[in-house]
Design a protein around this ligand. Structure first.
Ligand code: C2E
Ligand code: CA
Ligand code: CA
Length: 884
């Protein structure tokens, strides 16, 4: 838009009209508001005019009628400016104009004649009402005008031709009524348009200003008032450039207008331009303006729309600052970050992510998330991302593998969260990735260590038991055989020739046994010189054959350097059918163990197969269950206590309560002989409860009698079964209350496996237990090592008890210490006490102390014993010696 155009657009028309119409022309209210003088002035002048005409109408200023008329005019003018019209009803304002009629009548009376010069004056009043009055006032004034003219016929006289005078009166009324009505209509219409235009102009949120060629303001809307701080009254008629343009730009604006006036165009009028404007208080601010031109009555009028863009500018710069800050944080954060599209394509990545994945310098951009993911993880990822996009989940956290550019898998901790737009739709995703490869490797190593014998690399007892359980749980029938072997003469070899030789013998045994395995068999080192083989789908005869081959394989001498060693084994075999209840791993191992003892007793280097009489048949299991039920009722349960020793001072720091069963015929039974029944039948709950109450009372008594150390705690085992019982915390609270034992002196032992396996259920009771103030300990730690985070979440956890399978190896091989060291480190990292159990030798105890383990428990210090016999153990000097 370069050439000035004459008016067509709506915004131009509005500005042009307004300049000639004032919206303060409110009908009926002509003596009020601003500019009243300008409005009333013509009528005042017309009112005074007759007196100037007096000499031409044979009138005399001394005539009392003329004086009265003059007084009336004076009163009218004075009234117009002195009476507080706004407080009076509207119609009262019609009185002063109507007073013209008596003025005209008086003047006419004072200067009789057929052609009175006053006649035209009667038009003054209807003209007034046509412009400012209501329709009623116009009608009244027209009639009054006719009446006045008629008055000259009869009461006043002075009309020579009565009929002509009446015709004149009638014609005047008619003309006044029609023409005056029309004028009133037009004026009203103009007022309406003006009002609407004003409303529109004030409604727009841009400042509207109309100026003429000299930059004099003709229009100034409400937004202009707000934007510039000048009111409309102040600006109408003022110079725009002087008031609203910063001094240094004024010259340019005037030049632009001059240029337009001479050449017909100016850059200023090229669509939207940005400029600087000045407010009333002198502040300068950025504006965007549109100028258009219009020819009105031969002169140019410029319509200017001004928009204050200060806020937008500030938002823009705040936005770019925020963007910059985000970009810096994104780059410098040190962990991998990426913005990813909803279909999983990298849109933007930081340097750390490039480093982590081996794709530097943004090479990742455009690649898919899935392209660099480990194939095993892709599906889970894509599902999770789809759920985020669909709004079904808020964020996705996982640990997964990326494929490094080199092809190596990299473990990362990944968090993906959606980025929404204003409508709440997911537009992108932001993901954060941290390299956790080292931690994962350490965890994997620890898990491996926890489940394997470091000397031979074979599975350990824990893993073996797990394999037996898994094999036993398969529902396809068939048999399970455990072949248990114990070297007959290992201890003397170890003792006389040293550990190094002993270790090599064990390794050799492992290698020979491995050669006997079929696909799917598991060979494990259970501890010391004990090994076991698990075979699936074998019958009795086949199991015997394997046992025979084991004996054969070990029969050949072992060559260690120049030494030739004989190392025969005794072998026990137990075979079970997979049944409805699965196979109890402990049971089958125990049976194989018993058979092995039988073989040893029968003269070593031979095998024996477990027979029902060695322990109990299915029938005898039912009998056992009955016995146990009765036994509990008859008070045959006992609680034995095993001390827990501080490895630094030798002090007794606590006792673990372990249940025993005083069987009337079979003597004192250990948990391994009846707990499996108790577990299978639910009797375990009663047993646990009994032990809990018993232990609390016993501990309270010790505290009292022996003034036992404040720190002394009694530990009670809780079965997994029991943990899921909602009544548990109530029973614990009861036991504490009954015995008056301080809650912190009671420690509950929860097997790590039960914390892991039935996480949700098992942990449900924990918050209640927490509120009781008792302590928690994770027992048999190291077995289910995969998730430290669960352990960390247990409240009031004070200690972990390292599983005895870790300790068994300690005296045998030097490598074994690394697993224990790792667990002790972990425990201390979590601010927990590390307790070792199953400590049987001085060597183990001292090694544990060297590794920083805090406390220990085991046969080396004391076997579990009756409460009466426990008291004498509280003499720490004894343990001090054992640890010297
Ligand atoms: P646990 O909680 O791991 O208890 C430690 C077991 O190791 C005890 O066996 C203890 O006699 C034995 N032990 C202690 N020092 C040594 C050592 O130097 N060498 C060896 N080889 N063993 C040692 P126990 O008393 O036969 O209990 C076996 C398991 O029965 C316990 O393992 C525990 O899981 C369970 N148990 C015992 N009493 C209760 C009870 O009242 N309630 C529940 N739910 N379970 C119990
Ligand atoms: Ca325990
Ligand atoms: Ca334990």
């Amino acid at each position: 838009m370069t050439a000035p155009q004459s008016t067509t657009g709506a915004d131009r028309g509005i500005g042009a009209n307004l300049r000639w119409i004032r919206a303060d022309l409110v009908p009926g209210r002509f003596f009020e508001g601003p500019e009243v003088l300008r409005r009333v002035a013509p009528f005042v002048a017309a009112g005074l005019l007759p007196f100037a005409l007096l000499p031409f109408a044979d009138g005399s200023l001394t005539d009392p009628r003329i004086l009265a008329a003059a007084a009336l005019v004076g009163a009218m003018i004075t009234a117009a400016f002195t009476i507080p019209w706004s407080r009076l009803p509207m119609w009262v304002q019609a009185i002063p104009p109507l007073a013209y009629f008596p003025v005209v009548a008086l003047l006419h009376d004072a200067s009789p004649g057929a052609l009175s010069p006053w006649y035209p004056l009667v038009a003054l009043v209807p003209a007034w009402f046509a412009l400012y009055g209501t329709r009623g006032e116009l009608a009244v004034s027209a009639l009054a005008q006719g009446a006045l003219l008629a008055l000259f016929v009869w009461p006043l006289g002075g009309a020579e031709d009565t009929a002509a005078q009446l015709a004149l009166a009638a014609a005047t009324v008619l003309v006044t009524w029609t023409v005056g009505g029309r004028i009133q209509g037009i004026v009203g219409e103009m007022r309406r348009i003006a009002g609407e235009s004003r409303a529109i102009l004030n409604g727009v949120d841009e400042a509207f200003i109309a100026v003429d060629e000299d930059c004099i303001v003709h229009e100034w809307n409400a937004q202009a008032e707000r934007t510039f701080g000048w009111s409309r009254d102040e600006m109408i008629g003022a110079d725009l450039v002087e008031h609203a343009t910063p001094p240094e730009h004024r010259g340019r604006v005037r030049d632009a207008i001059a240029e337009f006036l001479t050449h017909g165009h100016s850059r200023l009028m090229d669509g939207r331009t940005e400029a600087r404007a000045m407010r009333r208080d002198g502040t300068i601010f950025p504006v965007e303006m549109t100028v258009s031109s219009q020819l009105v009555g031969g002169r140019w009028v410029f319509n200017v729309l001004v928009h204050d863009i200060g806020k937008r500018k500030r938002t823009e710069s705040a936005l770019s600052e925020a963007e910059e800050r985000f970009r810096r944080a994104f780059e410098d954060i040190g962990v991998g970050m990426a913005i990813v599209s909803t279909d999983g394509v990298f849109l933007s990545v930081n340097a750390a992510l490039g480093e982590l994945t081996g794709y530097p310098n943004g090479e990742l951009i455009g690649r898919r998330f899935a392209d660099i993911s480990h194939p095993d993880d892709v599906e889970a990822d894509l599902n999770a991302l789809a759920e985020i996009v669909d709004g079904e989940r808020y964020a996705y956290r996982t640990e997964k593998r990326y494929l490094h550019a080199s092809g190596q898998p990299v473990w990362i901790a990944l968090i993906v969260a959606p980025i929404h737009d204003d409508q709440g739709d997911v537009v992108h995703m932001i993901s954060q990735m941290e390299d956790i490869t080292e931690r994962k490797q350490a965890e994997a190593k620890l898990t491996h260590q926890a489940l394997h014998d470091p000397l031979t690399g074979l599975p350990n007892r824990v893993l073996f038991a797990d394999r037996v359980r898994m094999a036993g749980a398969r529902r396809d029938g068939g048999n399970l055989a455990v072949i248990y072997l114990d070297l007959d003469t290992f201890k003397p070899v170890n003792d006389t020739l040293g550990h190094a030789v002993g270790d090599r013998v064990l390794i050799d045994v492992a290698r020979r046994l491995e050669r006997l395995l079929r696909e799917g068999d598991t060979l494990a080192r259970l501890g010391g010189d004990e090994f076991a083989i698990l075979c699936e789908d074998v019958d009795d005869a086949e199991a015997r054959k394997v046992a025979g081959r084991v004996i054969e394989a070990l029969d050949r001498p072992f060559m260690i350097d120049d030494l030739e060693l004989r190392q025969a084994a005794s072998v026990g075999v137990a075979v079970r059918r997979r049944g409805r209840r699965g196979v109890n791993a402990e049971e089958i191992l125990r049976d194989a163990d018993r058979a092995m003892y039988k073989a040893k007793a029968a003269g070593k280097s031979r095998f024996a197969v477990y027979e029902g009489w060695m322990g109990g048949s299915d029938d005898s299991q039912e009998e056992l269950e009955r016995d146990l039920r009765e036994g509990i009722g008859a008070g045959q349960l006992r609680v034995h206590y095993q001390p827990e020793i501080d490895l630094q001072t030798g002090a007794v720091t606590g006792a673990e309560a372990l249940v025993r069963w005083e069987h009337p015929e079979r003597g004192l039974l250990e948990p391994s002989q009846f707990m499996f029944i108790a577990q299978a039948t639910g009797l375990i709950a009663e047993i646990d409860d009994f032990v809990l109450r018993q232990a609390c009372h016993q501990a309270a008594r010790w505290r009292e009698e022996m003034e036992a150390d404040e720190q002394f705690t009694v530990s009670v085992n809780l079965s997994e079964h029991r943990l899921a019982d909602p009544g548990l915390s109530g029973q614990i609270a009861q036991a504490i209350a009954d015995s008056q034992l301080p809650p912190a002196s009671l420690c509950l032992e929860i097997a790590e496996r039960s914390v892991m396996d039935r996480r949700a259920q098992a942990l449900a009771a924990i918050p209640d237990i927490e509120s009781l103030g008792v302590r928690l300990l994770v027992d048999d730690f190291g077995v289910a090592i995969s998730s430290f985070s669960t352990i960390k979440r247990l409240p009031r956890l004070t200690a972990i008890k390292i599983d005895s399978s870790f300790i068994a190896g300690l005296g045998v091989s030097s490598e074994d210490s690394s697993g224990v060291a790792a667990i002790v480190g972990l425990a201390h990292g979590l601010k927990l006490v590390a307790i070792a159990e199953g400590v049987e030798t001085a060597e183990q105890a001292l090694t544990l102390r060297g590794l920083g383990c805090d406390r220990a428990q085991g046969f080396y210090f004391a076997r579990p014993r009756e409460p009466e016999a426990f008291g004498e153990l509280l003499d720490s000097a004894r343990y001090g010696e054992l640890l010297a």
